[in-house]
Write a protein that binds this ligand. Structure first.
Ligand code: FAD
Length: 593
């Protein structure tokens, strides 16, 4: 945006309440990566967090990072360079997002991880996680995904630990107070099957948790996204970085040249001005929780629920726009998706439960209002919801119904319902309407208001495929992606099983954004661009605040957290290299509202 007359009006007043090098808005993977990198590069860094908790949606996430050519791959001699991974992205994304962004991602992603590793933010290799489009050339059948190492929350001290956003209760044990890694969940589940092998792990985890509970509100052994944000927070504090909680930037300030030089912040009941000499980083997490943004940019029917954090309402995007930042070109859906079931917790709060793995299990089908399938149930959550939206105008598929029989429900669980759940507990879900049941498939269809003959036909077809091991309609159980979450013990196909044991059950799924892909346009240095494509000096965006490098395509597990870490790192490195702003002595800061 060109400077206005007001911008350059001379003034004697040049007051700032705080003066830092780098000001970061938001404490998710993007914001904390920028902040830690900035602080590590010697920049005086202040982070603002709008809510009372640190970590945003990242704290709820698995923390998986999609990083092609990571150090684990390199050590194993795997070639996953710009040609292989870049080719995959090119084929998947095409011209939906600027090539410059994915080139920067591939160039800087593994470098960012190495940098963070070097300062104590460590990862494990999730070497078996398959990319989300294994049918596209260049996809990786295992190797690009990283998992944050567990983190000991006690290192933060009690007060700072209490600031870390607690995990999604349904993704943790004992009412959300005990975090376990996914690998540990799988191990612990074998206890239910009568295998004692996991008993030592269970005892060790349980003992640590019980000890923690004497002094803390929850277990301090953090895993997944929680471990990532807590560790980044720790590293930031070690480098004298500061975080203000319940602090919302309400306006950005520019100097007479259009350079962003700070922000006005609502904090502790008043207004504070913060000067940032090297730059301001927008990392507010996009707009998954912004009702008006969702209505405007997400497909119809507009999703009403999200598992994203409540702070990501799009206001940081508006701040960027107000100083001339341009949004990326809207696409068909502008978001990344989970199909979620909506339940109620004991305390009356709403549980939005993402169905990530259960759709791949044998003995489960997903149907539209005609009682018919319309997709391979075992595709990625993102592709599944896209299929729901594609189907909906033809035959209503919002909600989509998962249909399962009592044997599979007992064996695998479904949504919030854990495997081997005693009948008395199951009744609770039936009473609340989270789960519907009937003695026959026909009656189940009538109960949930879908076509009964259609559902009967679907179940009969499914039962035939379960015998042959071949899904003749959608190929469920034929893709390496879906099969990784099937039941390897189940034959002849790990993802195809009969639906025949009464009673029969149904659960409704709705589209819910887990992150948004439409955001501020940036260049490969994470600088925010104006409508003409020029970088706005002093302004950066990363995470969901920046338009996704892959548009609304989802290449593989962890591309959002991976992207947020990468571009946060890129932004801070660029800011650290850039010239210190010197305009404050001569020009007034201009408030943009
Ligand atoms: C259950 C779940 C699991 C997921 N698992 C994964 C995964 O394993 N891998 C992956 O890649 N993606 C995953 N995702 C998606 C991913 O977590 C998010 O897209 C990503 O974490 C967003 O990071 P971010 O830094 O942009 O924002 P966030 O982590 O959402 O952080 C943004 C922060 O900014 C704050 N904020 C907003 N506005 C302001 C303001 N004006 N001033 C100050 N602060 C502000 C917010 O309160 C929030 O704390 C998952 C999502 C969910 C819901």
């Amino acid at each position: 945006m060109p400077p206005t007359d007001d911008d350059v009006k001379p003034t004697t007043q040049d007051h700032w309440d705080e003066h830092v090098d780098l000001l970061v808005l938001g404490t998710g993977a993007g914001g904390l990566s920028a902040a830690v990198t900035g602080a590590n590069e010697g920049l005086a860094t202040l982070v603002l967090e709008k809510t009372e908790f640190l970590g945003g949606t990242t704290a709820y996430s698995a923390g998986t990072c999609w990083i092609p050519n990571n150090h684990f791959q390199r050590a194993a001699g795997v070639t996953d360079d710009a040609q292989v991974a870049g080719g995959y992205l090119d084929r998947l994304v095409g011209d939906k997002a600027p090539r410059e962004l994915r080139e920067s991602y591939l160039r800087n992603g593994s470098e960012a991880i190495d940098y963070l590793d070097g300062i104590g933010v460590k990862f494990w290799h999730s070497r078996t996680v398959v990319d989300y489009h294994p049918e596209v050339e260049g996809a990786c059948l295992g190797g690009r995904a990283l998992e944050p190492q567990t983190f000991d929350g006690r290192k933060l001290g009690r007060d700072n630990f209490s600031r870390v956003r607690p995990p999604v209760p349904e993704f943790a044990l004992f009412g959300g107070t005990m975090m376990v890694r996914r690998a540990e969940v799988n191990q612990l589940l074998t206890l239910l099957k009568g295998s004692p092998k996991a008993a030592p792990t269970a005892v060790k985890l349980g003992a640590r948790w019980a000890k923690d509970r004497l002094s803390y509100s929850r277990g301090t052994r953090l895993a997944m996204g929680n471990a990532l944000v807590a560790n980044l927070f720790h590293q930031l504090l070690q480098r004298d970085g500061r975080v203000w909680f319940n602090a919302t930037a309400t306006r950005l300030r520019t100097d007479g040249t259009g350079r962003v030089i700070g922000a006005v912040v609502a904090y502790q009941g008043g207004e504070r001005t913060v000067r940032a000499d090297r730059g301001v980083v927008l990392a507010g997490g996009g707009f998954s929780s912004g009702a008006e943004w969702r209505r405007r940019y997400l497909p119809s029917p507009t999703p009403q629920y999200t598992r994203a954090n409540e702070g990501s309402t799009g206001d940081t995007l508006s701040l960027g726009q107000a100083v001339g930042g341009a949004l990326s070109e809207p696409q068909d859906d502008n978001a990344f998706w989970f199909p979620s079931s909506i339940g109620r917790r004991k305390d009356g709060s709403t549980a939005v439960f993402p169905h990530i793995w259960d759709r791949s299990k044998p003995g489960i089908v997903a149907v539209n209002a005609a009682g018919r399938r319309f997709v391979d149930e075992s595709v990625s959550y993102h592709r599944f919801v896209r299929a729901m939206y594609a189907e909906n105008p033809i035959t209503p598929a919002v909600p989509t119904w998962l249909i399962i029989d009592s044997r599979s429900l007992n064996r695998y669980g479904l949504g919030m319902i854990r495997p081997k759940l005693p009948k008395a507990y199951l009744r609770k879900y039936l009473r609340s309407g989270y789960l519907q049941s009937a003695p026959t498939v026909r009656e189940l269809a009538v109960r949930i208001g879908i076509d009964d003959a259609g559902l009967e036909r679907t179940v009969a077809d499914n039962n035939r495929y379960a015998v042959t091991g071949v899904d003749e309609e959608f190929g469920k159980g034929s893709s390496p992606f879906g099969l990784q979450y099937g039941d390897p013990q189940h034959k002849p196909n790990a993802s195809l099983g009969p639906i025949e044991a009464a009673p029969f059950y149904a659960m409704a799924l709705l589209p819910t954004p887990l992150g948004t892909s439409l955001g501020l346009r940036t260049n490969g240095d994470a600088q925010v661009l104006d409508a003409a494509g020029a970088a706005i000096p002093g302004l950066y965006a990363c995470g969901n605040d920046a338009a996704s490098m892959s548009a609304a395509e989802y290449p593989g597990a962890g591309c959002q957290v991976g992207g947020a870490l990468t571009f946060g790192y890129v932004a801070a490195r660029h800011a650290a290299r850039s010239a210190r702003s010197t305009t404050s002595k001569t020009l007034t800061p201009v408030e943009i509202s």
